[in-house]
Design a protein around this ligand. Structure first.
Ligand SMILES: [Mg+2]
Length: 294
């Protein structure tokens, strides 16, 4: 079932303003700390779905996507539709780190005066391509962008980051049917496969078994790439392959993740879908090195 990405050495390094080289994983840990810092101090829930997709987004923004931080409206930019809108803290933290989203907007997120939504609203000048949060409607937007890009012979690639639970909602399957029919090989769907859907495990909601989604995707003639969702290096490698692939199908990456990844109190705990951790819960610690200096 699917293609398993195996562990191998594949280094993507980033340069900081101090001309220091850091790894994607170090950057991902920094973004995790940013999410926890701002969300906890501002009292914002939805930390767990945000921590789930940090490595996916870091791989996209620091290793794979073409865009111009000083020109968010650049016509040939790769498009990202962030369909699992409730995990948007990860996206905001990265856009602020990139200088696309004003730092102050991120710092005051969820407080009076903030103009950022608790889900994503379309603000292309801030790098937010589409409003998402009513789940199951990001993929059709991405499919429309990819189809339009093909019709206009544009070179940009479209990415859609979806939750696994939202494949039970909206117009996801209709969009996928269209994408396969029209051979949208300029579209990559990355599924944050954390096996949780809001406050419960997906097997308790609609699926008979954990890998039902993969079987359904294979029924569309797709061959999902399965990657470890908290290994930025391997996700980036998988994404880069889909971007240059000469095949005629849209590509799907199943990133196997853990909801709430990084916080010991939160990992795989359904009640933390929205709940903000207490100081006592935070004191249980991290599952990564939070002291890495960038
Ligand atoms: Mg999920």
């Amino acid at each position: 079932m699917g293609i398993e990405i195996s562990s191998q050495t594949c280094k993507f390094y980033l340069k900081t303003s101090m001309d220091k080289k850091i790894s994607l994983q170090e950057k991902a840990n920094y973004i995790r700390e940013e999410i926890i810092r701002v969300a906890v101090s501002n009292g914002a829930g939805h930390i767990a779905p945000s921590l789930s997709c940090v490595d996916i987004l870091v791989s996209l923004y620091y290793a794979c996507m073409s865009f111009r931080a000083d020109d968010p409206l650049w016509e040939d930019r790769d498009r990202l539709i962030f369909s699992k809108g409730h995990g948007c803290y990860a996206l905001y933290a990265i856009l602020a780190d990139k200088g696309i989203l004003p730092r102050q907007e991120w710092e005051c997120f969820y407080k009076e005066g903030s103009t950022l939504s608790g889900c994503v609203e379309r603000r292309v000048e801030y790098g937010l391509e589409a409003g998402c949060g009513s789940l199951g409607h990001g993929l059709p937007i991405a499919v429309g962008l990819a189809f339009g890009g093909k019709l206009q012979k544009k070179r940009f690639h479209t990415f859609c980051v979806s939750g696994d639970g939202e494949f039970q909602e909206g117009t996801t399957w209709e969009a996928l049917q269209f994408a396969v029919k029209h051979q949208l090989n300029n579209l990559t769907i990355i599924v944050d496969f954390n096996r949780l859907q809001a406050m419960d495990f997906i097997v308790n909601v609609l699926d008979k078994e954990e890998r039902d989604l993969i079987k359904r995707l294979e029924g569309f003639g797709l061959l999902p790439i399965i990657a470890p969702g908290h290994d930025s290096e391997q996700i980036a490698e998988a994404i880069k392959k889909t971007k240059v692939s000469s095949g005629s199908s849209p590509k799907v990456i199943i990133a196997e993740t853990i909801k709430g990844f990084g916080l010991k109190c939160m990992e795989n705990v359904p009640r933390f879908h929205f709940r903000v951790p207490t100081n006592e819960e935070l004191s249980l610690g991290r599952t990564y090195n939070k002291n890495a200096k960038l």
